[in-house]
Every structure is written in structure tokens, then in C-alpha cells.
Design a protein around this ligand. Sequence first.
Ligand SMILES: [Cu+2]
Length: 595
Amino acid sequence: MSSLSPLPAATGAATAAFLRPSLLPPKKSASQLSAYKSRKPYSPHFARISCKTSSSDKEPNNNDQTGPTTRRDILIGMGSLYGAASSLSDPTALANPLQPPDLSKCHPAIKGDAGDTADCCPPFSDQIEFKLPSPKEPMRIRPAAHLVDKAYIDKYEKAISLMKALPDDDPRSFKNQANVHCAYCNGAYDQVGITPSVALQIHFSWIFFPFHRYYLYFFERILGKLIDDPTFALPFWNWDSPDGMQIPAIFADPASPLYDAIRAPDHLPGGSSPLVDLDWSRSAASLTPEAQWQSNRDVMHTQMVSGAKKRTLFFGTPLKAGDLADGNGQGTLERTPHGNLHIWVGDLTREYKEDMGNLYSAGRDPLFYCHHGNVDRMWDLWKTLGPRRTDFTDPDWLDAAFLFYDENCKLVRCKIRDSLDNEKKLKTDYEPVRIQWRHSKRVPKTKSATTTTKKKRELTDLSKFPLVLNKAISVAVPRPRKNRSKAEKEEEEEVVVVKGIEIDRSQVIKFDVALNDDDDGAPAGPRDTEFAGSFVNVPHRQKPGASKFKTALTLGITDLLEDLGADGDDTVVVTLVPKVGEPVIGGLKIDYLAD
Ligand SMILES: [Cu+2]
């Protein structure tokens, strides 16, 4: 197996010199392997919840302050659910935040033709409202996974082992925690009368970041409680730095509870292409570590800085109760590198690309929580990168709510408004590490040494849409405004919108978008100024017929057009390059985005 083979000669030495020394922990005996690895079929709804295995069950819990909810509270909660539904027909309704799913209506997320099922429904119990941790609680400082020491690794492994050893009727068990992602993201909560349910839209909308922040928050507190350490903090995978540019070694020891056997073997440390490619889908041979880092650095700059100047570009588009699923879109970071890395870690030889490569199984890999640690860190960082980079103030975002089990097995209803301040409110922060992607070093292809010809691309007429994107196409798209002033550019970001993207969500889909890219052989990539970004779909494993989905891709291009010297042009040539899959594209337009 390639995971055991030495690094290829071309990259091995350079990799060793470029990356930090291996932090592979010592091998463990087979007896230390978790029982979780032999997964049993998941059982349906549990009749009762167990929460007795912690050594510190008597610890006070902030969420206990309200006490368990009464039947009346539950009915009120359900009333708001139905209120949301009824407001669909009330055009005067102003507030319409997404409500958490009704757990009593959870059903198996997947029922395949072959009779295969995946029941990832959580145990069902009364809800309480979320309370912020006490200001007196110690901070939890999340470390970079490639920098942790042996004492930390021991603690983390012990906590994960204890979580994996919890029984199936304990909602804090690793299996149940992994199922949180499956249930929310794969259609286990399709609710009659609510279209779409919050379930289907954790991805592809503005609730992506807060949902995953709460997910990590509770997962981390459960681990901390299991080892009686109120300072325990999850590590983050620092994939945005040259030193963190491979799967952290602590996850790669087959004898560790942090290991998951279902990953792409080539991408493990020691595999044939272990360097993280934030622009994954490249089928060519691995880049040198230096070239890979330069590509990754430019991806990060586009996704965090130049392409994410407006809130909806970074977070994704609004989704309110009653919105139709079609038409919503992911934010920059959710697509790339979040989505790319899910697929990059998953085993692509498997039908469903488990574990990380499919949203139903991603939570089964301990690396998932480390990956999302860095995604969450990016939310904090984005707010420091320039003016107007703030959270939404729309009550429909602030009051959107989710359900999670806490460290005391209480089912907690959490609103986005309580999740906005990691440090001051949630008592969580990230170990400071050097940020090396703030500035772009991209150059236009026409100016780069690799360009030998300057050949115009053959153009497809806008009237030809919708069309199946099965080969690269270029379209001249009119720009309603040109040569805008600096103030106008700050007020509104120029965007290219790829409309009516029809995909099968059960499949890996990726296509790239470039502007004014000459036809000189290789299409523009992340290192070229012409490259605007990518569409990425991480597979959802869903019931047959439930996977057809229509969405849009919106990319900020104000800086890009300036850098290309194309700000005065009447049209821009948009090139779409399919990388994986053949989505249907509804159309293209240039627009201006204020928020
Ligand atoms: Cu994810």
C-alpha cells in the first residue's frame, strides 16, 4: 500500500526539508485500538438516554440553570416550528429564522435501492435553551495539530477513546456525535410542511459556519468532561500554513484512536502525494512542496481576502424558513478549501467516498473535527482582515437555531446570536500561528514566463444556456458598469454569477471559473490572476431521488479585473472548466453586491 512506501524521490527530500519533522507518536498495541472500528449497524431511535459514564457528572452545568424544559416549552418550540411553516403563506411575516428540526420526526437518512440504510437519528429528549459558559470558566485554547506535544496527544487520545467507549444510548458517544452531521446534512429531518428543512441546508448557505461552531463547541466540552479537564481544547489542522500542509501526524498512527482506516491512502503522511492541495482535483503529478505552498497560499488569499469582501461572499447566501432550496449558494471558504479537503481526505475508490468525502460519514473520522477547527478559525480571522467584515445583523440569521447534546446529555437549543464571539462569549480561542497568505503574489498568465501564445478562446453564445458543462466553454458576458470609482467599488463588489447550477448532490462536482483566460493550453489555476474560483460539491448520500439540487455560484471579481487591467472593458470573457462531474449550467451574468 502506498501509505507505507517511502516518499517519491522527486519530492521526498524537499518535503522533509520543507515540512516540520514528523510528530508521529509511538506505535500502540492492538489492544488499544478502539472498539468503534468494528462498526455495527446503527439502531433506530433510542428509548432512553444514558449519561452515566463520566467521572464528573455532578459538575454544575451552565445549561442546567434553566432546568429541563416542560412539555409546554416543547410545544412552544414546536409551535414556532409550525409558525415558521404558516408564515410561508403570510407575505407580511417579517422574521423567519430557520428553526431546529423536530427530532421526533427523524427518519433514516438513506434508504438505498439495495436496501442499505443509514439511521443517524439522535436520541430524542426534552430541550433546554443554550446558556453561555460562565465568565469564570477557563479559556480553551485550541492548538495547531502539528505543534502539539506528547502530553497533549495522550490527553486527546484518552478523551477520544473514552468517547468511543460510551454506549450507543449515550448521545455523547463518538458514534452519536458523528451522526449529528449525518442527520443534519443528509435528509434525516425532511419535515412535512417545512420546505426545506434546516436539515438539507447546513451546507450551501449562511448557517454553515455557526452550525459547525456549535458542533465543535459541544464535542470539545464532552471530551473535556470525559477526562475531567475544563481547559481541554480540540486541535486545529493548520492547512493554511506550509508547516501544516499535510494530514497531521497524530491522526496517521493506525494504533491511535485518532486514526481512521477509511481515507485516501495516497494522502496520508508517507503516501505518494501527502501534501495538501487546497485546489484539489488536479490530476497531474504532485507539485513540489514550494509550488504546492505557493498554490495554497494564493487559494487562501482569494478565498479569504480578494474574493470575500462582502458578507454573503464569505458566509454564503441567506436561507430563511420557507426559502426554497434552489438558488442558495456556498461562501468562499465552504467551497474551497473546506469542501476540497473533505474530498481530498476521503477514499475516492469507494462508491460513497467515505469517510471524509461524504457528508453522511465525515464525522466518523476524528480528523473531521480538527479540519473544522481551522474552518472555524477562519471565521474569526476573516473579521480581522478589513472594513465591513462583520457578522450579519439580520434577525433571521441571529435567531436561526440548532439542537445539540451537551456534555451532560442535555438537548440544547442554540441560536446563532450566541455563537458570534469565540473568545469573549464561548471562552474558546486559537493558538496564534503565522498567517502567510494576506498578500497575493499572483500574476496574469499573459505576463508569466509559461505563456508562449496569446490565443483567444472560442466563444459560446449566452443564448446557448442552459447547457451541460462537459467541456471547457468561454462566454463573453456584458458588464453593466465599468471604470467605477474607488468609493463605488467599496460600496458594491462586482461579481460573476453562475446561475442555475443543477447537480446531483450525491456526486463529487468541481468546476473552475476564470476571466479573460487565453487559450494557451493549460487553463488558469490558483496561481494565475485570471483564476476566479471554483464550485465544489462534497457528496451527500441521500435517498434516491433526493439528490437533485439547484444552486448558484457568486464570485467577487473587483480586484481581479483591476489586476488584469480589464476594468474599462464592456465585456468579460468567463471560462468554465469542468474538473469533476458534468453539472448543468443555467446561465452567467455580471452583477453588483452590496452586502
Ligand atoms: Cu465539513
